[in-house]
Design a protein around this ligand. Sequence first.
Ligand SMILES: CC(C)(COP(=O)(O)OP(=O)(O)OC[C@H]1O[C@@H](n2cnc3c(N)ncnc32)[C@H](O)[C@@H]1OP(=O)(O)O)[C@@H](O)C(=O)NCCC(=O)NCCS
Length: 392
Amino acid sequence: MRKILEDIRVLDLTHVWFGPWCTLMLAELGAEVIKIEPPWGALGRIPQMGPAYGGVSATFHHFNLNKKDMAINLKHPKGKEIFKELVKISDVVVENFTPGTMEKLGLGYEDLKKIKPDIIYAALSGFGQTGPYALRPSYAVIAEAMAGFTRAQGDIVDPNGPPINMTGAFGDLGPGTMAAMCIIAAIRYRDKTGKGQMIDVAQTDCMMAYHTNVTAYFLSGKTEVERRKEMEELRKKMGRVYIGGILKVKDGWIQVAGWRAKGIDALKKKLGMKELDREAVLKHIENMTREEAVNFFVEVGLPVAPIYYASEAVHDPHILSRNLFVELEHPKAGKIKVLNFPVKFSETPGEVHSPAPLLGQHNKEILINYLGYTEEEVEQLEKEGVIVTEKL
Ligand SMILES: CC(C)(COP(=O)(O)OP(=O)(O)OC[C@H]1O[C@@H](n2cnc3c(N)ncnc32)[C@H](O)[C@@H]1OP(=O)(O)O)[C@@H](O)C(=O)NCCC(=O)NCCS
């Protein structure tokens, strides 16, 4: 076996961030992921704001590596027929529409199970397929707000100030990772039992699971505000000096996670301190460059990093040494550099081999080679607007 998921075919109806991130991981682990977009293109294809690269958003390039693409009108009877034929030869269907959308199309789990009983169907949504808010549309920020992260983020700056949005759409990427993991688990179950299943992945559920404050609340019975007060009092009582955090140096900022006991001892020794003196440490590093300050903390064994923009991180020699980037040729954007699969396997490495596809790029190949359509039939479907193929 060259790629760990090489015998798995995924029909990928996902259209923006949360879903495409999930299927990207499957594609990078070797699954054949066929994106099914509407003829007008998936939501994440066209940037709502900002520039396009070869006609699509930067995030479309990021999330759709290794994928094949069909643009099929699923509201057209012939489009539905093609999709059902594809389901018969696939292992997994993934979508991240508002709940109920696939059922309205006649393509929900119960419909698809009738034509492919062992299909694994992952429905990704904001609030899940059940419950009072199930039918609400959602984005990452909604789940982050629901699960307590937006308030917690604001509290870092000022507990009495406004909540602050997290950056990086963690509310998409975290739950999307969970979805990929659960799809792979369901494949293992299907391989052992012959049974498919429906997987209901809600952004809000996953964000609740990511939030350790939930368990802290259940255990202590105290709210975040009460626990913060308690922690502050405890810290004062113990006279604990904390050296870490975001520290300013001559030409920027560094991050020190100063909880390592060995590192604190080495730091005290290096600076000739009996007790840790935070002000003296800050004074010691304030005229250092970012690089010098990082080296200083590395030497004493405290976890440390320069605080980078992503555009700086990509030039760091360590990051460059980890085979994280791949150069590809995109038919419209030209030569592009993208992220490689980040986790290393000794036997079955992940791989990035092709850029995000053009709209309907593989219509013809899949219809003819997998479903037995003729060239003429494909042309006819194109004329009728059932499929759309982007021109080069
Ligand atoms: C993200 C979201 C708010 C976007 O809302 P939206 O653009 O109105 O999209 P919806 O999912 O509600 O609906 C998609 C529509 O496209 C249609 N569509 C999708 N693929 C199609 C295709 N291949 N052919 C024809 N129609 C298609 C659907 O039938 C549906 O049409 P309808 O509105 O007539 O029912 C919503 O999809 C959502 O809440 N998703 C779940 C949570 C999520 O993943 N959020 C995004 C995180 S980044």
